[in-house]
Design a protein around this ligand. Structure first.
Ligand SMILES: [Mn+2]
Length: 253
């Protein structure tokens, strides 16, 4: 998806807002298919044809934090950056994990969190199997998950406030970050909060128009729409059948 996106977009300035290479995962299980190389090549090609590319390492690619001030084939590595939009707004560009108290205060805790999550999924599978065998009391995973979501929502809003606070103290008009996998463009008080989201689940990026306005690009949603239009134009009978089914369902409802 990212490769496809890069193939259809160009910019004078490109910021890679961290966690581009998941070192934590690579250390556990090395996985580097050709498409990963293709993404790197696509970025290097852009750097060579005149885009300025700034890479701000995140916590998952923190080993690159010892390369601040250097560049790889024209891709500059920086701790953070300052971006001024065409309409004159000054943004602090940062990955954002330094504001995530769990990651800052206890790195081992964050790693544990990652492993614990995988373990919880595994455990849930086995618990449910055991419950079926012995007819044990019902434990609602969905209730538990909802509770987690509530906590996640309050974490996200707390995180957004902390980052906006940081921008405000630094005298910036806004902040551009990533880290929490939650794309968002909004105003909190007088400060613009911009989170670019991710390319793991949501496939989002933030673009700046010629007038300096920032907009969220939901590449997954755009691709879905494109496919729908292509299917409709091609007169694919399977697609038409599905569409009819959806229409009937809507009418019935
Ligand atoms: Mn991160």
């Amino acid at each position: 998806m990212l490769l496809d996106f890069l193939g259809q977009h160009d910019a004078d300035m490109i910021y890679l807002v961290g966690d581009i290479i998941d070192g934590w995962q690579l250390r556990r299980d090395w996985h580097w298919p050709q498409t990963h190389n293709d993404v790197v090549q696509a970025l290097l090609a852009k750097a060579q044809t005149g885009s300025r590319i700034i890479f701000i390492p995140g916590n998952h690619d923190e080993w690159l934090r010892s390369y601040f001030g250097t560049h790889f084939g024209g891709i500059e590595v920086m701790a953070q950056a300052q971006h001024t939009t065409a309409d004159g707004r000054r943004f602090l560009v940062t990955h954002g994990d330094q504001f995530d108290s769990v990651v800052v205060n206890a790195k081992w805790l964050a790693h544990l969190g990652d492993t614990a999550y995988v373990f919880a999924l595994w455990l849930n599978r086995w618990l449910n199997k055991a419950r079926k065998l012995w007819g044990g009391p019902y434990w609602s995973l969905s209730n538990w998950a909802k509770q987690q979501v509530k906590q996640a929502v309050s974490f996200i809003s707390a995180y957004e406030k902390v980052l906006v606070n940081e921008a405000s103290h630094g005298g910036y008009d806004g902040i551009i970050c990533g880290h929490i996998h939650q794309a968002n463009i909004c105003k909190i008080g007088s400060i613009d909060y911009v989170n670019t989201g991710d390319w793991v689940e949501s496939c989002t990026a933030v673009g700046e128009r010629a007038d300096g306005s920032l907009h969220l690009i939901d590449w997954a949603a755009i691709k879905r729409r494109q496919r729908m239009i292509e299917h409709a134009r091609s007169g694919d009978p399977a697609f038409i059948k599905r569409r009819e089914k959806r229409r009937k369902k809507k009418e019935a409802a």
